[in-house]
Design a protein around this ligand. Structure first.
Ligand code: PEP
Ligand code: MG
Length: 869
């Protein structure tokens, strides 16, 4: 008795068997189960793929036996026989991993054809031309995919053939030439035995799991190499059997806008890859209503049935063979962020899904694409398009044009913004596409490979821009008699398909409509608050617009750098007596206060956490001799003395130097003046606007409770004096950042003096790893390449190390003060998986850049749904 089954007929599987049957196999099985017309077939499991690699790249005898047995059953079901001269069964062989990797791996169609079965197929179809056309395609596909023969060799034969309408004898001649190429390249004849063809094709699909484009795709999408691919063997149906046959791809809703109408394209008398490869001019699906009305209405019914069944927008492939409709594939359709939001909202309104399900449907990072790209509206109004194509993937892009993926990548790596311009993109262009701001092609429809890949990556794309004449070799394109050369700027509008022949500024779009409905749901669901890191009134305003519930980190360093202030802080540094220092700082007081007033006004009654100064004093001092001279003249101090003073502030490692609370300990008057400004501003705004403000004053870079206690005493003393003098009641809080490992380790002690902890995960990561946050990039790429680090710990929280410290600090802090406020304000606060971690350990809030707030709100809601608290 065999312990494992490696081959499943479609009707033996179901949707839950993704890991084993791959996404495509599981879906085909599910489709059969719900009564969709799907050509018969079977799936060879992902475990068989793993076994194949484990057994020195051979398909074991027991698996071959299972394959033949399944094939026998398909023969029975279809009434056709593999290799039969009169009634041949032909199959397609396709890859299908657990997660769809569109266009990344290989497909072989028409397998089973040989010099004899081709005649049988011709008789069966009553169309000899069709049979030889299919045979030619098969030889070409088998040779390139299975044997790795260069595609161009076959294309050259086709290019030399009289192109108009190839006759049967033309096709026969082409086949002879194709077989010769095969023979020249492999040293053997084209295989005539269908079983051998099949096993070779299956092995080739297993092998394609490790082809370079699949490996790159997996790397950029975080898909594990270990999963392997399943192989689907399916009886062929033919879209190229004449005018009542065709093939197409469709989305059950518009994947670019989300609009609720079936969106697709088809080609009459064409096969398989023709539509996605951008060959021929596809017709919009609505035209099918006239071409083949019965198929159209059946198609629409099934499209709706599939969408209702899967409760999501579907991306389907279909073929019509002599008026009979078959579905070859269905999967959740990739979509732009705009479409994702609209579909989620519409589906809730249609009662198809609930709000939580809708919230889980949108990938948080996708919202990023919504918040970054658009052209400046005025500039757009003034601009004249040089060409127009199909708006295949939304967004705006501006960059220099390059005509090959290698060039695009090279110039991107040198820091240029690039746009890849091609007749059509090939699967191997993936690196060039991902290096580009935008893609422009002259061929291909909305479902062409370029369009699908760009949408998946959130890259702007315009396809079918056929009034452009590209000369890829010379590196230019011509449009309306104007030549655009390699390196010239163009701009693409992925929402209209317009192409502009110049540099155009891109700006953040306004948010409204579906976006606000959807974001409203995330706010209803999530328990963790989302605040912003914002230092200026403008940033605070933006943060509030994006839905920030407060300001988690207002850094005050920038406020000192303004032209009209830096001289006072320099005076403070240079003067030697405390009295002089205080006097200099008092000149800053009204300016700081004005800043805080504006920040409080912009924040309304939302919490605002203001952090005391956290930068090395050396940063405020002039560096070169002439600036030092200017300063000495201005302040009336001796040049040499000033130069010596400046030098005395130099630090070899400023990140570990005189910054954070260490400043306030050396210069208590800085903490005093800042507290005064913070409190007076709050009182003024409370008095003027009636806002109930509770300032949160945060002490940075604390490593132990004594540091905090010292600075807190200054803060409390100053704050209480200000409150008393104002005659107005005002609460306030004093808390600390936890960003030094020692602070995390002694958090129980620190909690006695702090009302809140805000984890500074940038410094905490820097100090825990001992890696400089500013100089890491060079080492990090080799660390990631060599898998020493799986990811950049400054972008995504390192749960095993830094996360452990945070978890420990949270527990220790709560032991001392059960209701201590908990937040995070480092860079990782924008990363969805880190947000899930912060949710899980019970943070009250996360704080991130204003533009990342929607991503964080969605990630926090998803974390709540997955692990309710
Ligand atoms: C941090 O260290 O995580 C932090 C937010 O502070 P800064 O980036 O200002 O050092
Ligand atoms: Mg810090």
């Amino acid at each position: 008795m065999k312990d494992k089954k490696y081959v499943y007929l479609f009707n033996e599987g179901n949707a839950s068997m993704r890991d084993l049957l791959g996404g495509k196999g599981a879906n085909l099985a599910e489709m059969i189960n719900i009564g969709i017309p799907v050509p018969e077939g079977f799936t060879i499991t992902t475990e068989a793929c793993i076994k194949y690699y484990g057994e020195n790249k051979t398909i074991s005898e027991d698996i071959i036996e299972e394959i033949y047995s399944a094939l026998g059953k398909i023969e029975k079901k279809t009434g056709r026989e593999f290799g039969n001269k009169e009634n041949p069964l032909l199959v397609s062989v396709r890859s299908g991993a657990k997660i769809s990797m569109p266009g990344m791996m290989d497909t072989i169609l028409n397998l089973g054809l040989n010099d004899e079965t081709v005649k049988g197929l011709g008789r069966l179809a009553g169309n000899e031309r069709f049979a030889y056309d299919s045979y030619g395609r098969f030889i070409q596909m088998f040779s390139t995919v299975v044997m790795g023969i260069e595609k161009k060799k076959f294309e050259d034969v086709l290019d030399n053939a009289e192109n108009a309408e190839l006759t049967v004898s033309d096709l026969k001649e082409i086949i002879v030439k194709f077989k010769k190429i095969y023979n020249d390249e492999t040293g053997s004849n084209f295989p005539q035995n269908p079983e051998r063809q099949l096993l070779q094709a299956i092995a080739a699909v297993f092998m394609s799991w490790y082809n370079p484009r699949a490996v790159i795709y997996r790397k950029s999408n975080g898909i594990s190499d270990k999963w392997g691919t399943a192989v689907n063997v399916q009886s062929m149906v033919f879209g190229n059997m004449g005018e009542t046959s065709g093939t197409g791809v469709a989305f059950t809703r518009n994947p670019a806008t989300g609009e609720k109408s079936v969106f697709g394209e088809y080609l009459i008398n064409a096969q398989g890859e023709d539509v996605v490869a951008g060959i021929g001019i596809p017709q919009p699906i609505i035209n099918l209503k006239e071409d083949l009305p019965e198929c159209y209405s059946q198609f629409m019914n099934i499209a709706h049935k599939l969408e209702n069944h899967y409760r999501d927008m579907q991306d389907v492939e279909f073929t019509i063979e002599r008026g009979k409709l078959y579905f070859l594939q269905t999967r959740s359709g990739r979509r732009t962020a705009q479409a994702a939001l609209r579909i989620a909202v519409d589906m809730v309104e249609e009662n198809l899904i609930g709000k939580e399900e809708a919230v889980l449907k949108v990938e948080p990072r996708q919202l990023d694409t919504l918040l970054h790209l658009n052209f400046d509206r005025d500039e757009l109004k003034r601009a004249d398009a040089i060409a127009k194509g199909l708006p295949a993937s939304q967004g705006a892009a501006c960059g220099r044009i390059y005509f090959t993926s290698e060039d695009a990548k090279k110039h991107h790596d040198h820091g240029e913004k690039v746009i890849l311009v091609k007749t059509e993109t090939l699967p191997e262009d993936i690196e060039g596409i991902s290096a580009s701001e935008g893609i422009l092609t002259t061929k291909g429809g909305m479902t062409s490979r370029a369009a699908v890949t760009a949408r998946a990556m959130g890259i702007c794309c315009v396809t079918s821009c056929n009034n452009l004449i590209i000369d890829e070799k010379a590196g230019n394109f011509k449009v309306k008699d104007r030549l655009y050369r390699k390196g010239d700027y163009i701009s693409l509008d992925g929402s209209t398909g317009n192409v502009y022949g110049k540099f155009m500024q891109t700006v953040l779009p306004e948010v409204s409509g579906y976006f606000s409905i959807f974001m409203g749901w995330t706010d209803d669901i999530k328990k963790m608050a989302v605040r912003a890191n914002a230092d200026t009134p403008g940033d605070v305003k933006k943060a509030v617009e994006f839905g920030a519930e407060g300001i988690g980190l207002c850094r005050t360093e920038r406020m000192f750098f303004n032209e009209d202030r830096i001289s006072y802080i320099r005076e403070m540094i240079v003067f030697s007596t405390e009295e002089q220092k205080r006097r200099a700082l008092y000149k800053l007081l009204p300016k700081q206060k004005e800043d805080f007033i504006k920040i409080y006004e912009a924040a309304g009654e939302r919490s605002v956490t203001i952090r005391l100064l956290d930068s090395s004093l050396y940063e405020f001092l002039p560096a070169d001799e002439s600036s030092i001279k200017n300063l000495s003249d201005k302040m009336g101090v001796n040049f040499q003395k000033l130069k010596n003073t400046v030098r005395s502030f130099h630090e070899f490692n400023p990140m570990m130097g005189q910054r954070g609370c260490r400043l306030a300990i050396s210069y208590p008057e800085i903490a005093e003046i800042q507290t005064k400004a913070i409190m007076e501003a709050a009182i003024d705004v409370k008095r003027e606007k009636g806002y109930n403000i509770v300032p949160e004053i945060m002490v940075p870079l604390v490593g132990g409770v004594r540091e905090l206690k010292y600075v807190k005493n200054i803060v409390v003393k100053t704050a209480d004096e200000v409150i008393k003098a104002s005659g107005i009641e005002l609460g306030y809080k004093v808390g600390t950042m936890i960003e030094v490992p020692r602070a995390a380790l002694t958090a129980d002690k620190i909690a006695a003096e702090a009302e809140f902890f805000s984890f500074g995960t940038d410094d905490l990561t820097q100090m825990t790893f001992g890696f400089s946050r500013d100089d890491l990039s060079k080492s990090l790429s080799s660390y990631c390449d060599k898998k020493i680090y799986e990811f950049d710990p400054f972008q995504k929280i390192d749960r095993a190390g830094v996360g452990k410290l945070i978890d420990m600090a949270v527990k220790l802090g709560r032991e001392t003060k059960a209701d201590i406020g908990l937040g995070i304000c480092g860079e990782q606060g924008r990363d969805p998986s880190s947000i899930e971690f912060f949710h899980d350990i019970g943070f009250d809030y996360i704080s991130c850049l204003p533009v990342k707030i929607p991503v964080a709100r969605l990630a926090a809601a998803q974390a709540q749904i997955k692990d309710p608290r």
